[in-house]
Design a protein around this ligand. Structure first.
Ligand SMILES: Nc1nc2c(ncn2[C@@H]2O[C@H](COP(=O)(O)OP(=O)(O)OP(=O)(O)O)[C@@H](O)[C@H]2O)c(=O)[nH]1
Ligand SMILES: [Mg+2]
Length: 464
């Protein structure tokens, strides 16, 4: 998107979401913003010239028909003291989709162009108001699934990640300068490079700190997107009943017929601040029917990708092969055992199960009566919050794209360190250091890579 944008155009869009609200805001940004405002806005008290950061009461007027149709508050932010660093006019209008659209139409008629999604933020970036990590944090703020996700995003908006990346880049440039000096002036004694010293510097000051930032990625994803929680178990144990119970609504079909659920049913629930992306799956069993077979495969795949697995057992029936099969596929580190149907007489072989699950956390519930559900909430919270302190206290947490760039940078730096140890030619080491530097640069947007901008800004909503 951005490479096809002309940043000289004056752009406009409704900046508030579509829907019923008290007011709606229309933004205009660019050189002609004031000129357009003067044409379409009739202030209540005469104004010679709009002053920056002042509010004006008045009416929107169609310059063609002369018709007035909305009373508004208009504000002007003179370049560079605005979000985009351009002249910006914002109109606080009465909301109502048609009314806002009508005003936008008039603005367009006066020479502005409709902004593409994310274009205001794109300009803020191009004009140096924010870097890429901050632009991405704007998307995260809007999308975050939890309070803590918001905290992470707002830290990113202040530029904490950018600062950290810039520090790292400076250090790499320093090392690179030494390497290049040693290439250019191999005979100079003073310029001689200590290979061991440089290798350990690279490892201590670059590779390790990057590994630290990478580690905080998982935590970020959990809080931002929700914790992928898969409800799995053999057929008929009450998985769908549990889903409905956790959501407090009849989301999935429940019947006494084994094999009721065939597909993955996904729903989001906020468990007192913990965002869970719950997935009910098809019961796992040995089947011949094609549809159910595919459902079972999908269940197993989801189970292997889960951040948290809720493995359900039916206390009213003995364990069977299917139960064992599921246990064998369970990642023991992030699973919670749920014994369901405790309202029925016990037939489950407890000792056998205990042998299999050992010290996995477990909860006893009845999805039918609701017994034990409060306790289950508590256990889920405990399981999730273990080891989370570090994540939440970390000031920075990369998103998926940034995570990828950090991994790539690490590969380059690791190569450079290995080459240094193996006494490879310095030219090869320099190439890797440059590669790593470039990869770090893509995080903040210092490389001018249009493709990356395209991808990031296309995720924005209109008017941002
Ligand atoms: N008594 C009792 N019955 C339950 C309980 N939980 C579920 N059931 C019943 O068990 C049957 C199966 O429940 P579902 O929730 O559909 O089980 P499922 O694991 O999703 O089954 P599949 O989708 O076929 O794999 C239904 O008749 C439920 O009413 C419970 O805690 N107690
Ligand atoms: Mg089901």
């Amino acid at each position: 998107m951005p490479n096809s944008l002309d940043i000289k155009d004056t752009i406009t869009a409704v900046a508030t979401p579509f829907g019923i609200a008290g007011i709606g805001i229309i933004r205009i940004s660019g050189d002609d913003a004031v000129k357009i405002a003067q044409k379409i806005f009739k202030p209540q008290k005469p104004v010679q010239q709009f002053e920056s950061h002042h509010l004006y009461l008045g009416e929107i007027r169609d310059p063609v028909s002369g018709q007035m149709f909305d009373q508004v508050l208009l504000s002007y932010m003179k370049a560079p003291h605005s979000y985009t660093k351009e002249d910006v006019v914002e109109i606080n209008a009465h909301s109502g989709h048609l009314l806002l659209q009508k005003t936008v139409q008039i603005i367009l008629h006066e020479g502005a162009r409709l902004a593409k999604p994310g274009e205001f933020t794109y300009r803020a970036f191009i004009n140096g108001r924010i870097d890429l990590t901050q632009a991405e944090a704007v998307v995260d703020l809007v999308r975050s699934k939890s309070e803590k996700g918001l905290t992470i995003a707002s830290r990113q908006i202040t530029g904490a990640l950018r600062e950290r990346i810039e520090q790292l880049r400076k250090k790499v440039i320093d090392i690179l300068a030494h390497v290049e000096a040693a290439i250019d002036f191999p005979e100079e004694e003073s310029g001689i490079l200590s290979k061991e010293g440089t290798t350990s510097l690279l490892e201590r000051e670059i590779i390790k700190p990057i590994a630290h930032i990478i580690a905080s990625y998982t935590g970020r994803r959990l809080w931002m997107d929700g914790i992928h929680t898969v409800i799995a178990g053999r057929v008929n144990v009450g998985k769908s009943s549990l889903l409905n119970r956790l959501l407090n609504e009849q989301r999935a079909i429940v019947t006494p017929i084994p094999g009721t659920t065939r597909d993955v049913i996904e729903s989001f629930v906020d468990l007192e601040g913990i965002p869970l992306r719950l997935m009910d799956t098809a019961g796992i069993r040995n089947v011949k029917g094609q549809v159910e077979k595919m459902g079972v495969q999908l269940s197993e795949q989801k189970l292997s990708e889960a951040d948290l697995a809720l493995i359900v057992f039916d206390q009213s029936r003995p364990l069977n092969q299917d139960d064992f099969r599921i246990l064998s596929k369970t990642n023991k580190e992030k699973s919670l055992i749920i014994i369901n149907k405790i309202d029925l007489p016990e037939k489950l072989d407890k000792e056998r199960l205990n042998e299999m699950i050992r010290d996995l956390p477990r909860a006893r519930i009845s999805a039918l009566t609701g017994e034990g559900i409060e306790n289950l909430f508590q256990i889920i919270r405990d399981v999730i919050l273990i080891g989370d302190e570090a994540i939440l206290s970390s000031p920075i947490a990369p998103n998926l794209r940034q995570h990828g760039a950090l991994m790539e940078a690490t590969r380059f730096f690791q190569n450079a360190a290995n080459s240094m140890r193996e006494d490879a030619p310095l030219e090869i080491i320099a190439v890797d250091l440059h590669g790593g530097l470039e990869a770090l640069g893509t995080i903040t947007g210092d490389t001018g890579d249009e493709e990356i901008y395209d991808k990031i800004f296309s995720e924005f909503c209109l008017g941002k």
